[in-house]
Design a protein around this ligand. Structure first.
Ligand SMILES: NC(=O)c1ccc[n+]([C@@H]2O[C@H](COP(=O)([O-])OP(=O)(O)OC[C@H]3O[C@@H](n4cnc5c(N)ncnc54)[C@H](OP(=O)(O)O)[C@@H]3O)[C@@H](O)[C@H]2O)c1
Length: 326
């Protein structure tokens, strides 16, 4: 049975990678009430897309982000309830070797969520190290769609060549690709400027989702050479990047002051101006509130151009996801 329900995508979504990841993000369960409030606030403001993954949650908290989203969805009573779009990503684990294993993974995500997955995405392409596995995984995604278990199929970390290959394979079964998500921000322009993904997505009718649009927090301006760096793995990366991103951070600050916005709002709005759907991750109500303030206005063309020019001039950019293909 092929699904006839249509997915409706907002212009901005909310990421939930931090919801369950203790090692990388310092998540602990005392944050859950606050996260429910983040969810409620987003939804009541029309941010209806929530991105998660079956690998979001470390150690015993495996799958925690999906579980929380399920809980939050059930508890929510308010505006836009009917438009909730839960997008999960199924990991291309090396032990997922049959299409049935992907169907089972999709069912396990639904079980953790306590509801259907709306958009199921392949978390990454195996093209760089096990290309033979990939067709099988995509067939599993198509099975989920054909069985009516999901409303849409998406991909993640695919470059244009691999995207066209996957598009053809799914199109042979009449399964459309709804979305592609890649790491895209002012510090990670590579997917569009070098890979040309926006054009390919437009040609194929695929919506581009920008993940890590705040460059893991660098573009918020709250971390600096003189001030504090975040604890954990991010600090290594930030110590490398922030000193070399000063011209960009100053420009963001200048535009933010002029427009009476925050740096985060300008960085997210830039992604929207580029025709992508940013999914900033928010860990607190204050962060969510601020990120929602990226909606309802636009940078002007001159501001976008200035940011583009400075972003292009930086000698150091955010490292690309190791699974990103060409
Ligand atoms: N497909 C993939 O392979 C992939 C990979 C990565 C992410 N993603 C998706 O993209 C989503 C977002 O990416 P991300 O979380 O990696 O990076 P991000 O959105 O660029 O940064 C999120 C982090 O920035 C800080 N922050 C957010 N809003 C803020 C604000 N207004 N003011 C100050 N600080 C703020 C928070 O961390 P602190 O408060 O700790 O600084 C937050 O956890 C993830 O949740 C996930 O759904 C997908």
């Amino acid at each position: 049975m092929q699904t006839s329900q249509k997915l409706s995508l907002p212009i901005m979504g909310c990421g939930t990678w931090a919801w369950g990841n203790r090692l990388l993000w310092g998540y602990d369960q005392s944050m859950d009430n606050q996260l429910q409030e983040v969810f409620n606030l987003c939804l009541s403001n029309g941010v209806t897309l929530f991105d998660t993954g079956d690998s979001y949650g470390t150690g015993k908290l495996n799958g925690r982000s999906e579980q929380l989203l399920g809980q939050f969805t059930k508890a929510y009573q308010g505006a836009n309830q009917e438009n909730i779009c839960i997008a999960t990503k199924l990991a291309a684990y090396p032990w997922r070797l049959t299409r049935q294993s992907i169907v089972n993974a999709g069912r396990a995500s639904s079980q953790r969520l306590g509801r259907d997955v709306d958009l199921v995405q392949m978390h990454w392409s195996t093209a760089n190290y096990a290309p033979w596995q990939e067709g099988i995984l995509l067939d599993g995604l198509a099975d989920l769609y054909e069985e009516g278990l999901v409303k849409g199929v998406g991909l993640s970390n695919y470059g244009p060549n691999r995207l066209e290959w996957a598009h053809k394979r799914l199109a042979e079964r009449g399964v459309p690709i709804t979305t592609l998500q890649v790491q895209y921000s002012l510090l990670s322009t590579y997917p569009i400027t070098e890979l040309g993904l926006k054009q390919v997505c437009d040609d194929l009718g695929i919506r581009l989702i920008a993940y890590s649009p705040l460059s893991l927090g660098i573009l918020t301006g709250k971390y600096s050479e003189k001030g504090k760096y975040p604890p954990g793995i991010r600090s290594f990366l930030f110590k490398e990047l922030i000193p070399k991103a000063q011209s960009l951070l100053s420009c963001l600050q200048k535009i933010a002051s002029y427009k009476n916005k925050t740096m985060s709002q300008v960085a997210i709005n830039w992604c929207i101006c580029k025709g992508t759907i940013p999914i900033p991750g928010a860990k607190s109500l204050e962060q969510a509130q601020q990120n929602i303030g990226a909606l309802g206005w636009y940078l002007d063309a001159g501001e976008v151009e200035e940011l583009d020019r400075i972003a292009a001039s930086l000698e150091k950019k955010m490292v690309q996801n190791i699974f990103q293909t060409k």
